[in-house]
Design a protein around this ligand. Structure first.
Ligand code: ADP
Length: 587
């Protein structure tokens, strides 16, 4: 057992450590996965903002700007504002030192306003927009990014006035010179905070967050510069496992990601527990298998041991009567008898011992037929009392000889039962034989037959050594004998009761024992009473072909209503099984 338990314990320990290691790796892997999700979200937002910039600001013709075709630029800016309601402000600012005149155009919901060169330097709106643009350019340079568009968030009241939601998101696109060498200014627009909350963020998030199920998908939320939640892809977010700035487009805001009502730790722990549970179950199964295998082996070993004792017991059982028969037969043959009483006594011994041999051999033969599943039964509606009386008659002589007092109590006019006379007689004889063999000082045997409930009860009671309660079940097992020597010195094969049980069960009956050490034993055979004519034909032994303790199927028996066997031929050589030893009734 230790040889198995120790490796299992080591295996369990190794598994535990590897699962613990796996748990921390799982945590790190999940965190990395969430980080990448956030980075993808950030990329998607940039892509959308850039696409918007290209679609809108990209339509401003640098040639119009360079040649100061204000009307065309103003039209373009108005068109942007109209076709893209998500923009608050659209503008073009030209501020290159290479030019004589700089200018700016702002399209607000109300109108397009132009700031010419002479007001350019003094106009706070223009100056603030230029500062914001320069900030955005610096941020882009610092991030080492090569995005075409530039972004910045601003709270500046000069620029935004009352009507514009705060903070505003600026998207800039530089305007290159007509010759493509350098820039002369920039175009730009601001995005409404509502558009960002209700369109840009949901669109960028959609399809990005997936999990094994709706509940296991991660949730993204966006916080503003005051850590107020601006957007969340779902409800019930337990905490931010990873939090990153939403740069470059919304650099003052943060995005965070986590799970609904759970954390990475809880998920990893759950996984750890599940793995451990699986290993636990596997080990439990392994141990159960082991215990079952051990039990089977122990049972097998016990059976082998029982068989060995059986062989030695049987040899002794055979030898003793044979030796006696030979001794007295020789004595008689040589005429060494002093009186006719002595001769009679010798005949009696020879007779008794030959009967003993007969029963033993019959039991062994019967047992081998039962084991092979070939014990045939010939059922017929019979008076049980008659069969029991005949069995008693057969055994009477022996009992009287051994000094036994026999009492019989047979209820008259018992209803018939479907029985195999020969088999039932054998079962009763086995019980009587046991009663004789396991009696000590008080040599009294009582046999009764009566109707009890729906059964006919045959009881064989002795005042012998008795059987401990713990052995009541096992005595019916093949080869089983109660702890030899400890309880009694009687030799035996351990087959008698196993055969009784098989015979009784083939009759759909039961055999029970009521006994205690020193208090004698009562064995009861219960056989069902025949209820109707029809049942005669349908009766078949409970398990006619089953071998004792094996599942070998044997020949099925046909119910035979013919009452052919008499008490005498029940016990005499039966030709049904092909072999049996004759035991003549004593008269
Ligand atoms: P055997 O008698 O050949 O050993 P059995 O199958 O007839 O085999 O009986 C099994 C065991 O049950 C016996 O070894 C004996 O210990 C116990 N036993 C059976 N009948 C009696 C009885 N009437 N009184 C006491 N013990 C009994």
């Amino acid at each position: 057992m230790m040889a198995v338990l120790l490796p299992i314990a080591i295996l369990l320990l190794a598994q535990y450590r590897s699962f613990a290691d796996l748990e921390s790796k799982t945590r790190a892997a999940v965190q990395e996965d969430l980080r990448q999700t956030l980075q993808s979200l950030s990329r998607r937002i940039v892509e959308r903002a850039e696409a918007l910039a290209a679609e809108t600001l990209g339509g401003i013709d640098p040639a119009d700007v360079e040649q100061e075709r204000f009307d065309r630029i103003a039209d373009r800016l108005s068109a942007i504002r109209q076709s893209h309601p998500e923009t608050d402000l659209a503008f073009v600012v030209i501020h290159c030192s290479c030019r004589e005149k700089n200018f700016a155009l702002f399209a607000t919901p109300e109108a397009v306003r132009r700031i010419d060169h002479d007001q350019f330097k003094r106009n706070p709106v223009v100056q603030t927009v230029i500062e914001t643009y320069e900030n955005a350019a610096l941020l882009r340079a610092a991030a080492g990014s090569n995005h075409k568009a530039m972004f910045e968030q601003s709270h500046c009241p000069v620029l935004l006035g009352e009507k514009i939601e705060s903070p505003s998101v600026f998207v800039f696109a530089p305007i290159s010179k007509a010759d493509g060498k350098g820039y002369i200014g920039f175009a730009g627009m601001t995005l409404k905070a509502r558009y960002i909350r209700e369109q840009l963020l949901p669109q960028a998030t959609s399809g990005l967050l997936s999990g094994a199920g709706a509940d296991s998908a991660p949730i993204v939320s966006v916080l503003d510069e005051n850590d107020r939640e601006v957007y969340s892809s779902g409800s019930g977010l337990s905490r931010h496992e990873i939090r990153l700035p939403l740069s470059p487009v919304l650099r003052q805001w943060k995005m965070g990601i986590g799970y609904r009502n759970t954390t990475i730790e809880a998920l990893a722990r759950g996984q750890f527990r599940q793995n451990l549970l699986l290993v636990g179950v596997a080990i439990a199964l392994l141990l159960t298998g082991l215990i079952l295998a051990l039990r089977a082996t122990t049972r097998e070993m016990k059976l082998v041991e029982a068989k060995t004792t059986f062989v030695s017991n049987v040899s002794h059982e055979l030898k003793t009567p044979l030796a006696l028969i030979r001794l007295f037969a020789e004595t008689l043959e040589l005429g060494r008898v002093r009186s006719s009483e002595e001769a009679h006594e010798y005949y009696r011994i020879i007779n008794r011992e030959s009967r003993r041999l007969t029963r033993l051999i019959n039991n062994i033969l019967d047992f081998s037929r039962i084991e092979a599943g070939r014990r045939p039964y010939q059922f017929a509606e019979t008076d049980v009392a008659e069969v029991v009386s005949e069995a008693l008659q057969i055994y009477e002589y022996q009992m009287a000889n051994a000094g036994f007092e026999t009492r019989t109590d047979i209820q008259p006019e018992l209803p018939p039962a479907l029985i195999d006379r020969e088999a039932l007689a054998q079962a009763v004889l086995n019980l009587l034989d046991n009663a004789v063999r396991y009696s000590d000082q008080v040599k009294r045997i009582e046999v009764s037959v009566c109707a009890r409930g729906g059964d006919i009860a045959i009881e064989v009671t002795d005042q012998g050594v008795g059987i401990p309660r713990s052995e009541h079940q096992r005595i019916f097992e093949k080869f089983y004998r109660v702890g030899a020597g400890l309880v009694h010195n009687t030799r035996g094969s351990g087959l008698g009761l196993a055969i009784v049980k098989h015979i009784v069960e083939a009759h759909r009956g039961r055999v029970t024992v009521d006994s205690a050490p020193g208090k004698g034993s009562r064995f009861t055979i219960l056989l069902p009473i025949v209820r109707s004519e029809a049942s005669v034909a349908s009766h078949e032994p409970l398990n006619p072909g089953a071998a004792m303790g094996t599942s070998a199927a044997g020949a099925a028996n046909t119910a035979n209503a013919a009452n052919t066997a008499s008490a005498a031929n029940t016990a005499s050589a039966a030709n049904t099984g092909g072999y049996s030893v004759a035991e003549n009734p004593h008269h």
